[in-house]
Design a protein around this ligand. Structure first.
Ligand code: SAM
Ligand code: SF4
Length: 381
């Protein structure tokens, strides 16, 4: 009789909620990872796409109870890079062959921020052209702001839902943070023609395997193009993380849970992009390579100037704090070759899922130049 791994590998979205939970708890983790890796190789090849990550500011209007740069954490020195600094970090990634950047920061709303980001996007786009991917991860915004940024050159957006359970979300956020508003933002992004990414944290207090299985179903329901998820790691200066430092055993278990989520997501969705989150590496120096072998196909090397990195600590133990981007590049190349994978140099690395949606005419991608660039960059891989 066909087992669950075979059933999931044969066709996408083949499992129900309880089977997904069973998959997450698969007794032999290595067998689970190997099955997910085989699906990844079949769907996206033995290739890793790079996104140079620019953490350009840690000023945030929000107060998520788990995050080290939350508004009320007074022990953080706040910074915001200048537009020249952001553009030159993006240009560095472009020249290094990374194929795309992710611009990430704390959440700021208002006209001054919208105009600042719009200007940065136009400058990066002018310096790099259509073939270079620009992903944003700047939190919840109005539809008008998302549209402006899309028109200025951004084409992917990452907004983690954090958990698909509104009840659990309410326990992790102050009362004025709304799960429904965040989900609505995912829909706004789709309407504005972005490739849409979301994800969750695994290992949150009170989270069950059934919650995680529901998260994977949520990814399918929202028809996401890319998934960025990682283990939850407590930060000592946050309400959720104080007195909650992980023991060595808990770190191991949290890492494995993060990897199991990557694997189960690959086995359920098949053709999306999945990032091996930096948080995996915070728990294990080889965490990201393990993520690749569990089904991930995207890595986001940090290209932020090292003098800012210390102030962008979302959780305890952020890796590569003192390494500059050049060193990170060299060490990543070696690590990726060591697991038998190849880097997808100079390509935007759009997901096959998105390419399929474009072909089927459901993409509502408003930018013709965007479509042309995907082709110029060699399609989806
Ligand atoms: N402010 C934007 C937002 O919230 O979407 C983007 C930046 S935010 C720092 C990026 C992600 O960091 C969040 O979506 C959250 O999942 C993750 N994060 C924050 N605190 C974390 C923690 N303690 N452990 C693991 N991930 C964390
Ligand atoms: Fe701000 Fe994002 Fe951290 Fe929440 S997760 S406090 S929105 S930076």
């Amino acid at each position: 009789m066909e087992n669950l791994l075979e059933k999931a590998s044969a066709s996408p979205r083949a499992l129900d909620r309880s089977e997904l939970a069973e998959l997450l708890a698969w007794p032999d983790a290595q067998e689970l990872f190997a099955a997910a890796y085989a699906v990844k190789v079949r769907e996206v090849g033995k290739k890793v796409s790079f996104r140079g990550l620019v953490e350009f500011g840690n000023v945030c209007e929000k107060n998520c109870l788990y995050c080290g740069i939350r508004r009320d954490n007074a022990s953080v020195k706040r910074y915001r890079m200048t537009s020249d600094e952001i553009v030159s970090a993006a240009e560095w990634a472009y020249k290094a062959g990374y194929g795309s950047v992710v611009l990430q920061s704390g959440e700021l709303t208002g006209e001054a921020n919208a105009a600042f980001v719009e200007d940065v996007l136009r400058r990066i786009h002018a310096a790099t052209g259509d073939g270079f991917g620009i992903t944003l991860s700047l939190g919840e915004q109005s539809e008008e702001t998302y549209r402006r940024w899309r028109e200025a050159g951004a084409h992917r957006y990452l907004l983690r839902i954090e958990t698909s359970s509104p009840e659990l979300y309410a326990k992790l956020h102050p009362a004025d943070h709304s799960w429904e508003a965040r989900r609505e933002c995912l829909r706004r992004l789709r309407r504005c023609g972005y490739q849409v990414g979301s994800g969750v944290m695994a290992g949150l207090p009170g989270q069950t395997l059934d919650d995680l299985a529901a998260d994977i179903e949520f990814f399918a329901k929202e028809d996401l193009d890319m998934i960025g998820m990682g283990p939850y790691i407590p930060h000592p200066d946050t309400p959720l993380g104080k007195d909650a430092a992980l023991s060595p055993r808990e770190r191991k278990e949290r890492l494995e849970l993060g990897l199991r989520m990557v694997a189960a997501t690959r086995l359920y969705l098949h053709d999306v992009n999945i990032a091996a989150a930096t948080a995996l590496q915070a728990l294990d120096p080889e965490g990201r390579e393990k993520g690749l072998l569990a089904g991930a196909n995207v890595i986001m090397p940090n290209v932020t100037d090292s003098r800012y990195r210390r102030e962008y600590q979302l959780y305890a133990g952020k890796p590569c704090l003192d390494e500059n981007a050049k060193l990170c590049r060299g060490c990543l190349e070696r690590r990726i070759a060591s697991v038998g994978e190849e880097i997808n140099w100079n390509a935007r690395g759009d997901s096959p899922r998105w390419a399929r949606r474009q072909r089927d005419g459901q993409g509502r991608d408003s930018g013709d130049s965007c479509k042309a660039s995907a082709n110029a960059a060699g399609g989806c891989n």
